[in-house]
Ligand binder design. Structure first.
Ligand code: OSB
Ligand code: MG
Length: 380
């Protein structure tokens, strides 16, 4: 697989409604897209980093810098067999998983077209549809949250996740449980609590939650194990799991009973499959998280979610919940029973709306490989 060119773009897109987590509120997204070209085929990946270093250390700007300075030059320096070789190729770059994932995933898109096989089956996926849930940002009051939940349940979504933080937690959960006694419900704290608050966190045990996601520090595993031993509700790790060895450590220490796999956070499809496999061998259910992606990142999440072991509804939902107009067509839609049908055509399974992407682009850089030399075009 010879890489002829790579284009890195930054697009600006506005969310249909603001999204608030324990680390802040956002409305406008600055997203990097990677397009790789090989043998006349083009493949796409999305960097899932946030605008600021609040979920993990990566940001749109650090990703731009690492991609241009290190990922693109390494990627074009050597001939690789296929996308499965990318983790080893990029291993000298420590961290920056989301930046590396965008490149590796673009090559999976190409590989899937080259082989004429749908991306999902190329990865080993078998599910024909995936189960969908929604992730709801922190609301001003429980009433506002209840009316949003009513709407999402009417649309068919199979489980509700609500964001929590100290002061905006039990009261909201209690209100939701009272109004919707049987709904599949979970909470996501995005690292807003400390082990010293274990007694407070134990109060969540009264609400029959599927799980509490990432209650403690973003880089912790050990304290989560201590907390899990003190509460009945299953802990699900998100931020703490960057690779398969973290997943193994967390499971063996008893730090979680469920893992949220995010394709960007673990560095791409290859590592996501390894995490999935480790969890499957140990009967730990997994599900796909989301990072407010455009259709390109979403299409990759859908393919990943078709792997065995993705037995719980994920945060992968319809394009319409995020954007007035997505950058793929058709847009991602959810069936009345709350599923997304996994595409069966080669590649991403959706076509990329190049004109729209060009319209949204604020900067781009193109890397060309010619006779073993890399030439660069565009403004940084
Ligand atoms: O923790 O899962 C998270 C969004 C941004 C950063 C972190 C998270 C989220 C979400 C949104 O929960 C999921 C989505 O709808 O894409
Ligand atoms: Mg989370």
């Amino acid at each position: 697989m010879k890489i002829d060119a790579i284009t890195l773009r930054e697009i600006h897109v506005r969310l249909r409604s603001s999204f608030e987590t324990s680390f802040g509120k956002i409305w406008e997204r600055r997203i990097l897209l990677v397009e790789a070209c090989s043998d006349g085929l083009s493949g796409w990946g999305e960097v899932t980093a946030g605008e600021g270093p609040f979920y993990n250390p990566e940001t749109t700007d650090t990703s731009w810098s690492i991609f241009c300075g290190f990922v693109a030059p390494l990627a074009m320096a050597k001939n690789i067999e296929g996308p499965g070789d990318v983790p080893a190729l990029l291993a000298p770059i420590r961290g920056h998983e989301m930046t590396k994932a965008a490149f590796e995933n673009a090559l999976w898109d190409i590989e899937s077209q080259r082989r004429g096989a749908p991306l999902a089956s190329l990865l080993g996926g078998t599910a024909r549809e995936i189960a969908c849930g929604v992730s709801l940002g922190i609301q001003t009051n429980p009433e506002a949250l209840l009316s949003i939940i009513e709407k999402e349940l009417a649309a068919g979504y199979q489980r509700i996740k609500i964001k929590i933080k100290p002061g905006k937690d039990l009261e909201f959960v209690a209100a939701v449980r009272k109004r919707f006694p049987t709904v599949r419900l979970m909470v996501d704290a995005n690292s807003a609590y400390h082990l010293e608050e274990a007694a407070h966190l134990r109060e969540f045990d009264a609400y029959d939650l599927m799980m509490i996601e990432q209650p403690l520090a973003w880089d912790d595993i050990f304290d989560h194990a201590k907390l899990q031993s003190q509460m009945r509700t299953a802990i699900c790790l998100d931020e703490s799991i960057h690779n398969a060895s973290h997943a193994r450590a967390a499971i063996e220490l008893g730090a979680c009973r469920i893992i949220n796999i995010k394709l960007g956070r673990v560095g791409g499809h290859s590592e996501a499959r390894r995490v999935q496999e480790i969890c499957r061998q140990r009967s730990i259910p997994v599900w796909s998280g989301g990072m407010l992606e455009t259709g390109i990142g979403r299409a990759h999440n859908i393919a990943m979610s078709s792997l065995p072991g993705f037995t719980l509804p994920g945060d992968v939902s319809a394009s319409q919940r995020y954007w007035d107009e997505d950058i793929i067509e058709p847009e991602v839609e959810v069936t009345p029973k709350g599923t997304i049908v996994v595409p069966t055509i080669p590649g991403l399974g959706y076509s990329v709306r190049r004109k729209r992407i060009e319209h949204l682009t604020v900067r781009q850089q193109v890397f060309h490989a010619k006779n073993g030399e890399v030439s660069v075009e565009g403004a940084a």
